[in-house]
Design a binder for this molecule. Structure first.
Ligand code: HEC
Ligand code: HEC
Ligand code: HEC
Ligand code: HEC
Ligand code: HEC
Length: 362
């Protein structure tokens, strides 16, 4: 399932009531009545998709812009600040161009082949004729995941290489029972106990969401341990989306006295134990790797877990090993890249724990 984000026709309705709502800064008008949803959204990555609010995006965009003599900028803003695509349209002011992926944008999408239509009608998962402050009309793309795929399906670089392909990964998932919202917009309750769809769009920026999001099993073998990792909780590859993401396995064995007698890597997992690094790495025309996505001509390595995949890794242990600890870690970006970008943010530098297990030998 691939949906082009290129837009065919632009239909634009400007009513006076529309102007009031749409012009309101920061979506506070939606927040007046949809307070809980607004609070979720504000702290989600959709609420922080702009260069001003996401330092990693800002730094990568600056790098890409510098490296492509300005060409990349037009591409990046398409999904991160989607109002940019409406530049020059009647009713769109300079300040709108910096808006993130917001309420008005998503809920004004009447038809995925067109830009949003801004009016006093908001589209959603259900019809509702009782609300008269604004009209509500049902559209299937709020329920089947295709709205999400209008930005998340695929991103191609200037050499037409796919650098992010959550769409294909999702289409090929073996367990088709869940859609994007089931996992990323779980039901929440308001103060009166009313249920609504959560708008936190939980993902890699939420350590709680990542916790136990892969199944990890460790067992003893004749010569050491076997580690089994299963991607049974994501509806796409793990990690998905941004090729910055890294999942790393760390194995440490200690003897009776607590001294380390085995470590699968100390400084650089890619050099010391390549099978323990689950990520995608790009190469350029000369096969030099790693290169950033906009320079990539091919994929050098893709060790991410496919949806439903089971991966087995074996490690031999020295006779002296008494206790082996296995940790699965998630990094939002590799440390050398953060260093290159001059980012010293403790949160971005942290390796988040997906799961951990300990095995004893007697
Ligand atoms: C004056 C109060 C009020 C304001 C302001 C308001 N809404 Fe609503 N909205 C409602 C009510 C009431 C409902 C119906 C109950 C519900 O589903 O929560 C509703 C329902 C919705 C739905 C549900 C659609 C569905 O299929 O169930 C969407 C989407 C929506 N509003 C979007 C917005 C957006 C976007 C804004 C800001 C531009 C906004 N609303 C501002 C009162 C308001
Ligand atoms: C087709 C839509 C689209 C385009 C075009 C796009 N992005 Fe993104 N970008 C996304 C989506 C969707 C995500 C979230 C996926 C994820 O978190 O893995 C994302 C995430 C990111 C992240 C991770 C941010 C973080 O906080 O972890 C960075 C960095 C990024 N994009 C940089 C760029 C740059 C630089 C460009 C231009 C060269 C660009 N993007 C163009 C859709 C797009
Ligand atoms: C208009 C484009 C657009 C649409 C539509 C869209 N997204 Fe996103 N989404 C983005 C961008 C851009 C980012 C990355 C923001 C950043 O990290 O700077 C993102 C990030 C995310 C993340 C990552 C959060 C994290 O913690 O890393 C999740 C999960 C997500 N989106 C889920 C969804 C779902 C589910 C839908 C459909 C209901 C959806 N998105 C629709 C553009 C979009
Ligand atoms: C990335 C696109 C996106 C953004 C941004 C977004 N929504 Fe939604 N919204 C959805 C989708 C998809 C659903 C349907 C979820 C489902 O079926 O569980 C939804 C559902 C709703 C509903 C109906 C909830 C219910 O279960 O009764 C309301 C009301 C709503 N949104 C309001 C808002 C408001 C207000 C904002 C901004 C604070 C907002 N949305 C931002 C995509 C979005
Ligand atoms: C069965 C549950 C499930 C379904 C269905 C699902 N996801 Fe995810 N998603 C996850 C889990 C778990 C993660 C965290 C691990 C990862 O990054 O792969 C995640 C991560 C993400 C991220 C964050 C990537 C990052 O590194 O920031 C994005 C973006 C995303 N999903 C988008 C989507 C979209 C769009 C759909 C529908 C087309 C979807 N997901 C369907 C469970 C699911």
């Amino acid at each position: 399932m691939k949906i082009s984000i290129l837009v065919l026709v632009i239909v634009f309705f400007a009513t006076s009531a529309y102007s009031q709502l749409f012009k309101a800064e920061e979506n506070t008008t939606c927040a007046d009545c949809h307070e809980d949803i607004y609070e979720h959204w504000k702290t989600s990555m959709h609420g922080r998709s702009t260069a001003e609010s996401d330092i990693l995006y800002k730094a990568m965009m600056n790098w890409a812009v510098e490296d492509t003599k300005g060409k990349a900028k037009k591409l990046c803003v398409q999904c991160h600040t989607p109002y940019q695509a409406l530049k020059g349209q009647e009713g769109i002011s300079e300040s709108d161009l910096g808006r993130p992926v917001d309420c008005v944008y998503c809920h004004s999408i009447d038809n995925l082949q067109q830009h949003p239509r801004f009016s006093m009608t908001y589209y959603g998962p259900r019809d509702n004729t009782e609300e008269d402050f604004h009209k509500i009309e049902k559209r299937e793309h709020f329920s089947d995941g295709s709205l999400c795929l209008s930005c998340h399906a695929e991103l191609k670089n200037p050499k037409q290489l796919s650098v992010c392909v959550t769409g294909d990964e999702f289409a090929e998932r073996p367990d088709q029972s869940k859609t994007c919202q089931d996992c990323h917009m779980p039901q929440s309750k308001d103060d009166e106990g009313g249920a609504y769809s959560g708008h936190g769009f939980n993902g890699a920026h939420n350590p709680e969401f990542l916790h136990k999001s892969l199944t990890l099993k460790t067992s003893k073998t004749d010569s050491g341990i076997e580690v089994v990792i299963i991607n049974d909780k994501a509806g796409h590859s793990y990690p998905t989306g941004s090729p910055l993401r890294q999942v790393i396995l760390k194995v440490v064995a200690r003897d009776e006295k607590g001294n380390i007698v085995f470590e699968n890597w100390k400084e650089n997992p890619l050099e010391e134990d390549k099978q323990a690094v689950f990520m995608k790495i790009f190469e350029d025309e000369e096969k030099y790797a790693p290169v950033p996505p906009w320079r990539a001509a091919g994929v050098k390595m893709d060790q991410r877990f496919k949806a439903g995949e089971t991966r087995r890794l074996a490690y031999n242990m020295p006779e002296t090993a008494k206790e082996v600890t296995v940790k699965l870690l998630f990094r939002l970006a590799p440390l050398p890249i953060l260093k290159r970008l001059g980012i010293d943010d403790p949160y971005l530098k942290k390796a988040h724990l997906i799961d951990e297990q300990t095995v004893q030998f007697n």
